[in-house]
Design a protein around this ligand. Structure first.
Ligand SMILES: Nc1nc2c(ncn2[C@@H]2O[C@H](COP(=O)(O)OP(=O)(O)OP(=O)(O)O)[C@@H](O)[C@H]2O)c(=O)[nH]1
Ligand SMILES: [Mg+2]
Length: 390
């Protein structure tokens, strides 16, 4: 799974990326600090089933800390996007190609309103404008790809296939293309769409394939909360997460160094090393106070994207349904992220095609009941796949 971080320049995209992945990347108070994409791994978190079963798991494909299971997710942070990027302004929009494979996007805006849509310092800027600009530039990017190939596409009877070939890196299926065209009453036979129709199609495709949420960043700055409320009003409260990437980064770095004990997403932390310089201690005490009134939303946001927006559940495959272990005796080694609505057979396929090929049935390790191949998996299921091929 890949989540893309996008937004106008100087909004805190790389700070958020660094907080999520703990990769050291360039962060600076001017536009276009990032030129090449930053790639890293972040973790979504969820209580592990090992606590309920009174065991300690041996997590292998994920991590488990104090019964909180952490699942790796790929994150990409790209250069800042400005109005007219599709016409070559700023860094242009070619770099958006690095977001093509993303399953969802985080649009980072500056809720403090202290940077304008180009990333320059101002006294008052409206972050709502940034969201509109970013969305519109992303639509132009997709439209541009279609337009570039329109000549060839327009000659094809099988327009859905032709579009699919052009947009293959986009995590789209032919069915998705057909659905979007159908919803917009656009014909797929020898496509001869106007610019407006291409834009409409691109908008629909974006909505379907790249759900987006807004990170209203820099809420540690005075008066930022007013803008967070305005963003929620405009784009829906569930789509906006007020956050401070800078504070989250400070906390995660301090935790890595063993200065504090902090579980990402928690609203508090413990200072373990009080021998640190006074300035650092004061900063941590300030953050502690800040967290009393503000949710540390960075982890919540990532969890929301993966579990709610993208509708993933976690399923634990095991080989021994009595001991909850794999072949080597590891307890609950793997937690698999899988789309809600997936079947036991889908799980087998995700583990190994051969396992799926020879699959006879599954077993619910909790109840020891037999489950059919088309059993719809539930969140936190522990499943043994019984197959003639291993
Ligand atoms: N007060 C405050 N400042 C922040 C926060 N997040 C980032 N910043 C600052 O905002 C500036 C820009 O941060 P970056 O992470 O480089 O922003 P960016 O969006 O990646 O910028 P470009 O790569 O230039 O597009 C830096 O000075 C950061 O320290 C935050 O939560 N609060
Ligand atoms: Mg950056």
């Amino acid at each position: 799974m890949l989540i893309g971080i996008v937004g106008a320049p100087n909004k805190g995209k790389s700070t958020l990326f660094s907080a999520l992945t703990l990769n050291d990347v360039e962060i600076a108070d001017y536009p276009f600090t990032t030129i090449n994409p930053n790639l890293g791994i972040a973790y979504v978190s969820k209580p592990c089933v090992d606590a309920e079963l009174n065991v300690n798991c041996n997590a292998r494909n994920s991590l488990c800390i104090n019964h909180t299971r952490l699942f790796p997710i790929n994150i990409v942070d790209v250069a800042g996007l400005v109005e007219g990027a599709h016409l070559g302004k700023g860094m242009g929009n070619q770099f958006l190609n690095d977001l093509a494979g993303a399953d969802a996007l985080i649009i980072v805006v500056d809720a403090s309103g202290k940077t304008d849509a180009s990333g320059n310092k101002v006294d008052f800027a409206n972050p709502i404008d940034d969201v509109i600009m970013v969305k519109s530039e992303i639509v132009e990017w997709i439209s541009g790809i279609i337009k570039k190939h329109l000549n060839i596409i327009s000659k094809r009877e099988d327009g859905a296939n032709a579009l699919y070939e052009v947009l293959s890196s986009f995590k789209v299926s032919k069915a998705m293309i057909e659905k979007v065209a159908n919803d917009s009453s656009l014909l797929l036979n020898k496509i001869n769409w106007s610019d407006d129709e291409i834009r409409k199609f691109s908008e629909g495709l974006l909505k379907l394939t790249k759900p987006m949420i807004i990170a209203a960043n820099k809420i540690d700055v005075d008066k930022a909360k007013v803008n967070v409320e305005k963003l929620k009003e405009k784009f829906g409260a569930e789509n906006v997460f007020g956050c401070s990437a800078a504070i989250e980064l400070t906390l995660r770095k301090a935790a890595k160094k063993g200065i504090i004990s902090y579980l990402p997403g928690s609203n508090t932390f413990e200072i373990l090393n009080k021998e640190i310089p006074k300035e650092q201690l004061d900063a941590l005490l300030y953050i502690k106070k800040f967290l009393q009134n503000n949710q540390s939303n960075v982890q919540r946001m990532l969890n929301y994207i993966v579990f709610d927006l993208l509708e993933n559940i976690v399923v634990y495959p095991v080989e021994d349904e009595n001991k909850y272990t794999d072949h080597f005796g590891n307890i609950l080694p793997d937690g698999i992220l899988i789309k809600k609505g997936s079947t036991a057979l889908d799980l087998a396929e995700k583990i190994h095609t051969n396992l799926a090929k020879g699959m006879l049935y599954a077993i619910d390790a909790r109840t020891k009941m037999r489950l059919s191949k088309d059993y719809i998996l539930k969140d936190n299921d522990i499943i043994k796949i019984v197959s003639t091929i291993k």
